[in-house]
Design a protein around this ligand. Sequence first.
Ligand code: MTE
Length: 327
Amino acid sequence: MIIKKPDDIKTSEITDPDLYASRRTFMRTLAAGSVALATTPLIGIDEVEASDKIPKVHKSIYTLKEALTEKKFIYGHNNFYEFGTAKGDPVKYAKNLKTRPWTVRVEGEIKKAVSYDFDDLIRMHRLEERIYRLRCVEAWSMVIPWVGIPLRDIIKRLQPTSRAKYVEFTTLYDPKQMPGQRPGIFGGSLPWPYVEALRLDEAMHPLTILAVGIYGEFMPPQNGAPIRLVVPWKYGFKSIKSIVKIRFTSTQPRTTWNQAAPREYGFYANVNPDVAHPRWSQARERRIASGSWYEALLRAKRKTLPFNGYAGQVAHLYTRMDLKKFF
Ligand code: MTE
């Protein structure tokens, strides 16, 4: 039997675009034989389960040897305000987010603007597993085995101009799919779409990735499918989810949380135990790792490390800056 890997199936070969709500649903439907494919042989059930695994993932040297947080917490305790403000909302309401086809538009101060189809983007780049701490500004942390593309690999191909100083990222704006973006429903919590940004040298740092998966599997919607930023030395809110646009700029972009509450959320957002949030200390954090929900929440707090433990790799980026001012 000729088995066509899911990655080789072109969008144009599928007759009903509504059927690819998510890769998972798409693959299941495909296995059940209910999608009319013009030329593609059907994939067997075994291959379908295997296809949720991301192929060709390399081990990375930039990885921690710490106990991993269990999937149930990574996939069930989220911040994704487009789907509600409670930690349990995204897993319930992001389920049907349509992540195929997905286009990432790249523009601004680069040689030539380009739109990437998500599947092409991952085929073109080296995928690596990176085990990183994620430290949320709300003082909990997790250890997550991401699968991602080093952002610098993408940037190098794009050839930023000499005017490019910052990189801005934008999340999908689609109130039909994202109830949190509708006025009034979840309180119109933030100005939409969600925008985040890095300085170009931060974006080019080898630790910065665009993540496409967790635990070797494609990213679940609630974690920011199909592609999100991960910057391990910064508070979690910099790690913007479900990215549709990347723009290179000469001036510092306005970012969502910084705009919504500038005294509480700075542009830099480097994890810093010495700079308290106006309403709580940032000196310690609760590691959500494993066990029952109850145990996880009770777990003893540990000290938060400067730059989330990555000072050796990134402190040099900020040598001449007052990090209390540029928090
Ligand atoms: N991206 C978008 N588009 N919307 C959001 O609400 N929340 C941020 C960040 N990215 C958020 C987002 C915050 S506050 C955190 S802590 C991380 O996502 C959480 O990522 P996780 O749910 O995968 O743990």
